[in-house]
Write a protein that binds this ligand. Sequence first.
Ligand code: MN
Ligand code: MN
Length: 351
Amino acid sequence: MEHNEIATFLKDKDADAAWITTPLNIFYLTGYLSEPHERLFSLLVTKDGEETLFCPKMEVEEAKNAGFTGNIVGYLDTESPFDLIEQQSYKTFAIESEHLSVKRLREIEKAFNVETIVDIDQVLKDIRNVKTNDEIELLQEAAKYADLAIQAGVDKLEVGVSEIEVLNHIETTMKQHGISKMSFDTMVLFGDHAAAPHGTPGERTLKENEYVLFDLGVIYKGYCSDITRTVPFGTPSDKAQEIYNVVLDANNQAIEMIKPGAKIADCDKVARDIISNAGYGEYFPHRLGHGLGLSVHEFPDISSANTDEFKPGMVLTVEPGIYVPGVAGVRIEDDIVVTEDGHRILTGYQK
Ligand code: MN
Ligand code: MN
C-alpha cells in the first residue's frame, strides 16, 4: 500500500522519520495485526520511504507471511531492539503522541538522538477516515453479522430469561457463524435497566411489556460493526413508546441529512433538536455517534464540536438515545457509509 500522506507530512515538517505504534495503524500500513501487550511493537518510516518493523522475534515469520516487505528487526525478550540496529540520528522525529508512553519516548529520544518531536496522529486518522471500497465491503459484512446477532437475541426473549442468558445465546450463535470476536462487550438490558447508557448486563430477568436494548457488534476480517436496537417485548408503556418514537425520528432524520458537504455538527443538531423539542434534551447525554472501521470508535467524532463536513468513504454511527431513570432507556444505532451523492445504511435490522 502506498502512503504518500506520511511522506508528504514528513517533508512538510522537515522530519527525518516517523515512529508508528498503534497496533491497528501498523496493521493498516503493513497488513500485520499484532497485540504486543507491554512489548515494543512499532513501524519506523523514514523520509526516504524506508520501512522497518520492530517486533518480538517470535513474530517475524508471521509479519512476513502477512505480506510486509520492509525490514524487520525481531528482538528477544532479553534484548533491547535498539541494540540490534546501527546507530541512527533522526533529529526531527514524528510520533503518535496519543499512544506512545513517556517511558518509550525517553528510550527513543536516546536511541535516535532526537531533538524535536512532532505529532503524526492526525495524519493517520485522516488516512483511515476515508475507507476504500474493499474496506466498505468488509464493514458491510460486519454489519450483516450484527443484524444476525440482534435476531439471535430477539429469538431468545421469553418471560424470566436473564440478560446474561440472552447475551450468552447471542455470542454462542455468532461463534457458530464463524465470528470469533465481538467488537466490544455485548450489551443486553431489560426495561428500566437500559436507562443507564453504559449499563452492565446481569441477572435482571425479562418481564412482559418492556423494551429490550441490544448494543453489540462483531469484528469481521478486522472490521467492526456497532448496532443498537431497542425491541418491544409485548406492549411497553405509553410513555416508553413515546420515548421510542422520538428516538426513532431523531435517528431517521439525522441519517437522512448525511451527504458529502453536509456539516457533521448539523447532523448531531438535527437529532438533538428533535429530542429537545420533545422535552427530553437533558436525557440525551452523549454525542450522536462516531467513526467506525478497524476500531469500533475512531475518527471522526459525530458531535456538535466537529466543524468538518462529511466526505465520501467515511463510515460512522448515528445513535441518538433517551434515558429516563426508572422509566425506560432507548437508543437506536445504525452504521452509515457516506457515498458520492448521499449515504447508504449498512445495518439493516428493522427499527
Ligand atoms: Mn456506537
Ligand atoms: Mn453501540
